[in-house]
Design a protein around this ligand. Sequence first.
Ligand code: COA
Length: 319
Amino acid sequence: MTYAKILGTGSYLPANRVSNDDLAQRVDTSDEWISSRTGIKARHLAADGEKTSDLAVSAARRALEAANLVPADIDLIVVATATPDMQFPSTATIVQQKLGISGCPAFDVQAVCAGFVYALATADAYIRSGMATTALVIGADTFSRILDWNDRRTCVLFGDGAGAVVLGASAQKGIILSRLHSDGNYLDLLKIPAQIADGAVCGTPYLQMDGQAVFKFAVKQLAAVADEVLHAAGYTAEQIDWIVPHQANERIIAATAKHLGIGMEKVILTVAEHANTSAASIPLALDAGIRDGRIRCGQTLLFEGIGGGFAWGAVLAEY
Ligand code: COA
């Protein structure tokens, strides 16, 4: 049996760190309001001219280095992003060009904050089926460009960043099982209702969100999909060494962990320093946990994410 095994990880955060106190100088908010509701203390924002693909390439180079591989070894590139450099071509092809790779399939996955679990599950399916042997899976977003910086209900919640994973075909256990879901009936809860048409931006090009409805939906569906993936794989929650969740809100993360009966000491938490980096948040957290030595070879990881669509999913993997 062929598994998709994590061979290396990398991540990148823009240099500009903006604390809650810094933000409170720009909008009517406070560190107390933001951190008590979300756990967020700071976020990193991309510099002028720094694009999603630039963040993605920096993370990818670090992941390749960690895997002891070079760009030419890659035969599949999947980029999860909701903030592509351009309407088209895909950010994956831009990353491909910047890394000097040519010929292999490269495409974007659009599942907003669930993007990384979608991308991971997709690359896993390619590797299991023999359509790829060495995949670069990236989550990268620059939400600072799609926020209304006068809307305190949303602008305090997000940050920019990228994380990357190199997956390789292996006889050793790697990704065990994935479960993905979406339900377009909930599309109005979180959206940017705009498009480029007739030579103009039509609609409102800023993120809109019903925060309380998103909170309730996320808590319910993340618990359900975590149960589903464990049940389908024949695993119990006690066998999970680390939850590596999408980092939107510490209270949502804690609710999923509590549902599974897993203590917060087994959760990789980066939301305080990164805020919600959308598709980048899970691979950023994974890379942090691996590089600081908490996540070790042979351990069992549960990735879970949810985002606009609504789309959500979970991936169980052995590292
Ligand atoms: N600073 C200060 N006050 C703020 C504020 C801010 N940044 N944002 C909103 N407020 C105010 C509101 O105006 C409201 O004031 P009012 O009662 O006078 O009208 C009050 O705080 C409460 O707002 P509310 O929206 O009810 O807060 P909440 O407790 O539901 O928390 C969220 C808001 C967004 C933090 C919370 O709903 C949440 O985390 N939701 C999930 C969002 C998420 O994770 N999205 C990404 C999913 S991938």
